[in-house]
Ligand binder design. Structure first.
Ligand SMILES: Cc1cc2nc3c(=O)[nH]c(=O)nc-3n(C[C@H](O)[C@H](O)[C@H](O)COP(=O)(O)O)c2cc1C
Length: 149
């Protein structure tokens, strides 16, 4: 089976306080994990400084179908693909969708620079975003608000 990976960034359109937004994002996550697991999709989602970054990895057909739904979702906008293609291994094999939210990972110059690169379609933005997600997932125990896949 060919493994496919797609990384995108988008702007949050959920209104409300930071806490209200995070509650809504966690609802999205709970639903996502169930459907991703069924579809053989793993990945990670970062919500930071009003932006989302998400990695989806799995069979091409599953990643495409899920990403089509995500693109139509009005809870975010400016969905910008920063990297996509066939890969040999999963970066997040254990997560139906790992999550780093703003309350556990505050915005830093590094995260802001990565989002700027992504929305500006700067060369290397894909790797920058991927590196950011990898570090956040590896480092933060807090991210264990995660249910493993
Ligand atoms: C930032 C963001 C990330 C999302 N990630 C996923 C995901 O990984 N998997 C998923 O099934 N839905 C995800 N969704 C939700 C989908 O857009 C959609 O609402 C969901 O798949 C339910 O669609 P359905 O009821 O038509 O099946 C995400 C939505 C947003 C705003």
């Amino acid at each position: 089976m060919k493994l496919y990976r797609l990384t995108y960034c988008s702007r949050n359109r959920i209104r409300g306080s930071a806490a209200e937004v995070e509650t809504e994002v966690k609802k999205i996550l709970a639903a996502s994990r169930a459907s991703n697991r069924e579809a053989g999709v793993t990945g990670a989602l970062l919500y930071n400084a009003g932006n989302f970054a998400q990695v989806l990895e799995g069979p091409l057909e599953s990643v495409s179908r899920i990403f089509e739904k995500i693109q139509r979702d009005l809870r975010h906008s400016e969905v910008t693909v920063v990297e996509n293609g066939v890969v040999s291994t999963r970066q997040f094999p254990d997560w139906s969708m790992a999550f780093a939210g703003e309350s556990s990972v505050p915005a830093t110059p590094l995260t802001i620079a990565a989002f700027d690169a992504a929305f500006g379609q700067t060369e290397g933005a894909g790797e920058q975003i991927m590196e950011l997600l990898r570090q956040l997932v590896a480092q933060s125990d807090d991210l264990a608000l995660i249910d493993a896949a």
